[in-house]
Design a protein around this ligand. Sequence first.
Ligand SMILES: Nc1nc2c([nH]c(=O)n2[C@@H]2O[C@H](COP(=O)(O)OP(=O)(O)OP(=O)(O)O)[C@@H](O)[C@H]2O)c(=O)[nH]1
Length: 316
Amino acid sequence: MSHQAIHVMVGILTDPTGRVLIAKRPEQVHQGGRWEFPGGKLKPTETPEQGLARELAEELGIEVRSSRPLIRVTHSYEDRRVCLDVRCVLAYTGVATGREGQPLAWQYPEELDPAVFPAADRPIMTALRLPPYLLITGDDPARPDAFLNRLTRALHNGVQLVQLRAHDLDDESYRRLAGGAYAVCKAHGARLVLNRDPARVADVARHGLHLTAARLALTRVRPGGAGDWVSASCHTVADLSRAAELGLDYAVLSPVQRTASHPLTSPLGWQGFAAWIEPVSLPVYALGGLTAADLSIAYAHGAQGIAAIRSLWPRD
Ligand SMILES: Nc1nc2c([nH]c(=O)n2[C@@H]2O[C@H](COP(=O)(O)OP(=O)(O)OP(=O)(O)O)[C@@H](O)[C@H]2O)c(=O)[nH]1
């Protein structure tokens, strides 16, 4: 088998209700009969944007006007290795139709069934379900009422994913706070991920678990159950590889910029961030000195979105 990955451009079209476009691959081709996100092989003379535009014109009869990176996934099948270069189509003209006779369907990301897609597509489906902002909770965990109040305000501001980080609390206080935070998140349709030793929160209601970089290094098997989203803090290329090997759902890479809390740690910068995540087939949030306004630059460098404590945690 050739080790050179085939560069494949893949486009995500979204309708106004948030459904994404999928197409059925013909029976006789590679991964035939499975559903896919539209796209195809990049030609050697094309830029990624040109390749995406050509494939979507050929397959769907649309003209792509603009797109942004979503994720890159490298996957080895028995007979070939592919690098799926996935972009969200932000603007296009025309009406998508199956120009090659392929059935099309629009589905909400939560409804996509990984079993009917090629194996390489799993991280794409995760990326489609994850929101742009990840709030890592800030101060006040010792005053649960004030804490939950701030959390509620953050959710009103549009946050949909929350990591409960409160390392100063003892286990019992953490579990109590998690109970309150879960209720608030659930009521707002947001997800709560617990940053605590998984063994100590095994019976606590949640949507997922988060591993510190130190715990990631000690973890041999993906923790949690089938319904958990599992993430990890990463500060090195080795951390990112480990998160991917363990089959985690996403990573949080820091620091991208210098932060007040770690003024002496040298930041990665956006170029460094992009270079580190490029070979990793995982959605990766950028963390460290960032605000919601950095989302476009984060997207341009391949991030899933922005993670932040200070800038997403409401002040009094
Ligand atoms: N378009 C697309 N290809 C995918 C996805 N997932 C995935 O593993 N692939 C793989 O990426 C490769 C894409 O090749 P393709 O057959 O679609 O390429 P193409 O349109 O240029 O076709 P051609 O080679 O017949 O000209 C295949 O090996 C396919 O199995 C996906 O979601 N969308």
